[in-house]
Unconditional design. Sequence first.
Length: 279
Amino acid sequence: MKNIFGSNQDSQTLDGQPFVIRSVAKEQQDASEAHSKLFEQLEKKSSLPVWLTIVEFLCAFLFVVVVVSVLRAGPKTAWHNAPGLLVAGGISGVAALCLFLCKKRREKKAQPQTNALLEQAMSANEEAAKELRLPAQTLPTDVLTFMYKEKNGKTRIRTSLFADYVLIETQVFFENGMLCISDFQDVYGIPVSEIVRIEQGKKRIMATGWNKMQEPTDKCFKQYRLSVNAYGTVFMKPYIMTIKHGDEEFELFIPPYEMEKICFLCGLPFPVAADKNAR
């Protein structure tokens, strides 16, 4: 089944093209893609290389294991039984801290450029909103996107090293019987009459790109049972909307904290969660 916001790695296009009802001009698309590339370059520049990120994780993990072991056995017993492990744990802790501070220093150094790019992106989005005829009142709503590759008749998700999915903020509104979702390049119109079911996925997925003001662990998200690791990867059970469009079926992955908003907008009943306490 195709996903509206699934991106084919070879064609570099989203599978939701049949739902596009409006698009910005090519010049605007090119400018948006240029901004995205600049953001990617700046993100790479402001973060540690992948191999150092892995080293940081392993050092931090070893340090935590050693600390827990010392707390359980007691400092004297732990030193008597495994002094080498304690030394290795201490060195790992220092290394993890140094790498963490190095990463923060890089992020701070890149902050002025990041702010400048954000201002340019906001200005470009305002122009795109006019061109796409977005209403004055839209609802900022996250959806889940991913990149995949087809090989030997099988589809493999290949988004990033740390997560299969990416959270992107879109603008959502209701128009002419359609749930409309805009990423500031296109407006995707999903006829509500074509939505055949909405259900919560049974498996937790990993997603990057958290963009809310509050952290995933904030009490306002407690009912959705989100969790996050040290690298900002968010774990959640998304809702899956299935759409029957002509002879094809499509799906849309929606974070649990956005589902109620979309149901209200479309006048649809809220689906029963896989975990009844997860709403």
